[in-house]
Ligand binder design. Structure first.
Ligand SMILES: Cc1ncc(C[n+]2csc(CCOP(=O)(O)OP(=O)(O)O)c2C)c(N)n1
Ligand code: SF4
Ligand SMILES: [Mg+2]
Length: 246
C-alpha cells in the first residue's frame, strides 16, 4: 500500500481510492462519506444500493456492497421492490439530478408519497454530467450548459426544480435534507444528514432523502480547483443547505 493510499483510506468498503471520474468531481467525496457511514453503522452485510445512470454509475466497481443497476430514473421503483421483499435490508438509491429530477421525477415522487422505507440519495450537480453537460431540471437560471449556451433563461427553459422541498411536501416523507461536499464543514454536515436519514430508515419511519450538491468542474467549464467556489456562488443561493423535514 502506498503512502497516498494510507492517507486516504477511511473505509474498507471503498475498494480502491482510484476512480475514473474527473479531477475535482464531488461525487467520489459523497460516495466515500456514504460508505464510511455504512461501515460505522455495521450495515455492510445488509446493504443494497440501487444505482441510477450517470457518472456515479462507475461506483459499483469500487464499492464493496451489493448494487442493483436500475434504468434511467427508475431507481426508486426498484428500491421499493427490494425493500418490500427484504424489509431487513438497508436500501438506498444513488441517483443524479438528471436521473432523478429530469428523467424519473414521477418515480421518486410516488415512492415518497407512499412512504417507502428506503433512503434516496441524489447527487445534484445541476447538469447531465456523464453525457457531456446538458441542462437538467435543476440547472440554475443563468447557468451555461451545452444546451443553454447563453445561460438558462426563465422564459425559454423554465425554472429549476427544488427536489428536496418538493419531496418534503409529501406526507410519506419522514426526513429530507440538503448538504454539499464543497468544504470540510459541508462534508461533516452531509455526514450528519446521511446518518439521520439512514436512522429514519432503520427506525422504520418512512421515506428519507438527502440531496447532496456536488462539484462538476468539467461541465461548469471551470478548472477543478474552482469547483467549490462555483458551487457556493451559484448553487447554494438557489439550493439552501440544511434539514428541510424531520
Ligand atoms: C448520448 C447519450 N445521451 C443520453 C444518455 C442517457 N444518459 C446516461 S447518463 C445521463 C446523465 C445523467 O445525469 P445525472 O443523473 O445528473 O448524473 P451525472 O452524470 O451528472 O452525475 C444520461 C442523460 C446516454 N447514455 N448517452
Ligand atoms: S463530468 Fe462532472 S459529474 Fe461527471 S465525472 Fe466529470 S466532474 Fe464528475
Ligand atoms: Mg447531474
Amino acid at each position: 500500500m502506498s503512502h497516498l493510499e494510507k492517507v486516504f483510506e477511511t473505509t474498507d468498503l471503498l475498494l480502491r481510492t482510484e476512480h475514473s471520474l474527473c479531477p475535482g468531481c464531488g461525487e467520489p467525496v459523497a460516495l466515500r462519506t456514504i460508505l464510511e457511514l455504512i461501515g460505522e453503522l455495521g450495515l455492510r452485510e445488509r446493504t443494497i444500493c440501487v444505482a441510477g445512470i450517470g457518472c456515479y454509475t462507475a461506483f459499483p466497481m469500487i464499492m464493496d456492497v451489493d448494487v442493483l443497476q436500475a434504468l434511467h430514473g427508475r431507481a426508486p421503483s426498484v428500491a421499493t421492490g427490494v425493500k418490500r421483499v427484504r424489509p431487513d435490508a438497508f436500501v438506498f438509491t444513488m441517483q443524479g439530478d438528471g436521473d432523478m429530477v429530469s428523467e424519473g421525477l414521477q418515480e421518486v415522487l410516488h415512492a415518497a408519497a407512499r412512504g417507502e422505507k428506503f433512503t434516496a440519495v441524489v447527487f445534484n450537480n445541476a447538469v447531465f454530467g456523464e453525457t457531456g453537460g446538458h441542462m437538467t431540471a435543476t440547472t440554475v437560471l443563468g447557468q451555461h450548459t451545452k444546451t443553454t449556451i447563453g445561460g438558462r433563461d426563465r422564459e425559454r427553459h423554465g425554472n429549476p426544480i427544488r427536489i428536496a422541498e418538493l419531496i418534503a411536501q409529501l406526507d410519506g416523507s419522514a426526513y429530507v435534507a440538503r448538504a454539499a461536499v464543497h468544504t470540510p464543514s459541508g462534508i461533516k454536515l452531509a455526514r450528519q444528514y446521511l446518518h439521520d436519514a439512514f436512522r429514519t430508515q432503520l427506525d422504520g419511519k418512512g421515506f428519507s432523502l438527502v440531496e447532496i450538491l456536488t462539484m462538476c468542474p468539467t461541465d461548469w467549464f471551470v478548472p477543478p480547483d474552482q469547483g467549490p467556489a462555483f458551487l457556493e456562488r451559484n448553487l447554494v443561493p438557489i439550493y439552501p443547505l440544511g434539514v428541510i423535514k424531520h
